[in-house]
Design a protein around this ligand. Structure first.
Ligand SMILES: Cc1cc2nc3c(=O)[nH]c(=O)nc-3n(C[C@H](O)[C@H](O)[C@H](O)COP(=O)(O)OP(=O)(O)OC[C@H]3O[C@@H](n4cnc5c(N)ncnc54)[C@H](O)[C@@H]3O)c2cc1C
Length: 301
């Protein structure tokens, strides 16, 4: 039986979340396989240093029949994956068609049967005993540091056509172009309605640039069109767990916290000392964002 990791890319490199998943897969199994849509064999060959023994190349993650055959032919019984939308959808298909159990929001794999996962939007942890021998683990980010390995990679090309799906039709797809992927960023600078209008995001972008961070926002900000929808974090947006999350001019509504409260360190900047976000903060600055942010930027220059 073997272990497979779904490989997500960030700027043509394996994402840190997938590298962390590969490190965990190596704790579970000696031989670790990867699945990627990336085409560059030279780069894939280098993934031995992330802990892969074999990497399956596929044209598209929508190619479910090919993925299914790969899982069956290579006797894969454990799948370890970053907890991102693309792989959640794939995991649910594999679960239904091949009888895999899914455990999501995984914080720790104690052994291959006992899992600690985050529940109630990060407010509590539960211990789950998995008794299905086919299992998928969707990992929260930053639950471990990725390690370097000294392995050689076999590349296996999986050829087959994308399975037809008559149930729905994709009318349009937009490629999201981000300097730093919000899913994969170590630092996220997020701002809310306290910034008053889209014209004031220059200082947020400047701070993000200085800290090599991604930008995010609250729901009303993206609803108003001040920022693009893919930056919206929270219960109805992206769920992220960066090492540092800056919340600037965001009140800290429970629906917002649901997407960010598993961040390692939360820094809140708000001019209202009673803003609920301060209760979830590791560090807080009570002050006007329009005074505080330029000072932080200056101090970093
Ligand atoms: C079903 C449902 C799902 C939802 N999902 C989400 C979600 O996924 N994500 C999400 O974000 N919201 C979500 N919401 C909305 C959520 O309830 C809040 O309304 C929203 O998060 C508030 O956004 P905000 O903090 O930017 O704005 P506000 O609540 O208006 O807060 C603005 C904050 O800025 C501060 N401020 C004002 N001026 C300054 C200044 N000059 N300097 C510093 N601080 C300043 C204020 O003190 C205030 O705390 C959802 C709501 C519902 C009902």
């Amino acid at each position: 039986m073997s272990t497979l990791v779904f490989i997500d890319l960030n700027k043509s490199k394996i994402s840190e979340s997938s590298a962390q998943a590969a490190t965990i897969a190596n704790q579970l199994d000696d031989k670790v396989y990867g699945l990627t849509t990336y085409n560059d064999d030279d780069y894939i060959s280098s993934l031995g240093n992330k802990g892969f023994d074999k990497v399956f190349k596929i044209d598209d993650f929508k190619n479910f029949d090919a993925i299914k055959e790969t899982i069956i032919n290579h006797k894969i019984n454990t799948i370890v994956s970053p907890n991102i939308n693309l792989f959640k959808e794939l995991a649910s298909k594999i679960s239904i068609k091949l009888n895999f159990s899914i455990t999501s929001n995984v914080l720790e794999i104690v052994d291959n049967n006992s899992i600690i996962s985050s529940i109630f939007t990060g407010k509590a942890e539960s211990q789950i005993n998995v008794d299905n021998e086919n299992r998928i683990y969707l990992l929260n980010k930053n639950i471990i540091d990725s390690k370097e390995f000294d392995k050689k990679v076999d590349i296996i090309r999986i050829d087959s056509k994308i399975s037809q799906n008559d149930n729905f039709e994709i009318l349009d797809q937009t490629l999201i172009e981000e300097d730093i992927s919000l899913n994969d960023a170590d630092i996220v600078i997020s701002a809310g309605r306290g910034l008053k209008g889209p014209e004031n995001w220059k200082m947020i972008e400047e701070l993000a640039k200085k800290l090599n961070a991604a930008t995010a926002c609250s729901k009303p900000v993206s609803d108003a069109g001040w920022r693009p929808h893919h930056e919206h974090v929270g219960q109805t947006g992206l769920k992220i767990s960066p090492k540092i999350y800056f919340a600037i001019g965001i009140s800290g509504a429970i629906q917002h916290l649901a997407g960010v409260n598993s961040s390692k360190t939360i820094i809140v900047i708000n001019n209202d000392p009673d803003a609920p976000f301060f209760k979830a903060a590791d560090y807080g600055i009570v002050g006007d964002a329009f005074e505080v942010i330029p000072k932080i930027i200056n101090s970093l220059s």
